[in-house]
Design a protein around this ligand. Sequence first.
Ligand SMILES: NCc1[nH]cc(CCC(=O)O)c1CC(=O)O
Length: 313
Amino acid sequence: MTSLFPDPDRPFRLGTRGSPLALAQAELTIAALIAAHGWPREAIRIVPVSTSGDRIQDRPLAELGGKALWTKELDRALLAGEIDCAVHSMKDVETIRPETIAIAAMLPRAATQDRLIGASSIAAIPEGAVIGTSSPRRAAQMKALRPDLRTSLLRGNVATRLARVDSGDIDATLLAAAGLDRLGLGDVGTTIPPETLLPAVAQGAVGIECRADDAVARALLQAIGDAATEACVRAERALLLALGGSCHSPIAALAQLEGGGIRLRAQILSEDGSEQVSREAMLPPDAPEAGAMALGKELLDEASPALRALFHP
Ligand SMILES: NCc1[nH]cc(CCC(=O)O)c1CC(=O)O
């Protein structure tokens, strides 16, 4: 299609949070756009946008209002026409987006697993040790596997979290392998397989949003979208929607292409890990949403009333 870009006077403005991980994800997006469209680097300008999630570090995300903390300032800049697209970790993007904003593309998914920092395996974590995490999923999963462990709130960017383990403030933590890899920390920590720790919805996926009515940006971004990633993340997000979709409740899910279908594994847990329900389903890759939502309902049907009460479908 014909487009305004590249035009040195009108670069494609790419909005991103300013954290090192967000900037690394912005650079991956820029590399994909350059490769797809043959643009010079100057055709794209990074516009850093500070979000409430970046500014408030001392309280759990769930308490502060959830994932909107990562998106609302970027949404505003997008809708105000200050940026042409916004790059996000899909894990941090709310399940229900404004109708005026479209998820135009997702980059090929990176590693989906968590890595354990501070011990060589979950079994090797000392008795009674403190796991730093701000994720209800990780806290519940660790307590399910090791009821002797305690958890303490750990927020901040990846470097801050690693430093808290190094300083001995906490004994161990879990971080997304994707984030560590993107920061050049591929050798940090032990990768835990999904059979042991099922990851968060959309972990490892980078999504790029634009205004829903911006056909030019949408087409430019669609060229860098990875269909397999988009189908799998759509399935995981539909499951999250059926469960009431928030980061307040311990929910884990992983969709992967397998033998021409999508295999969706899902788990919900009580906050202390004492109860967990796991289910999986094979879904059609072209329309996984209905089956994913049905799987979410199955999980809730199987849960005790106390566990079900954590969710708001
Ligand atoms: N909630 C923070 C967040 N959002 C996305 C990632 C990692 C990158 C990804 O999952 O794609 C992280 C850090 C972490 O969980 O270790």
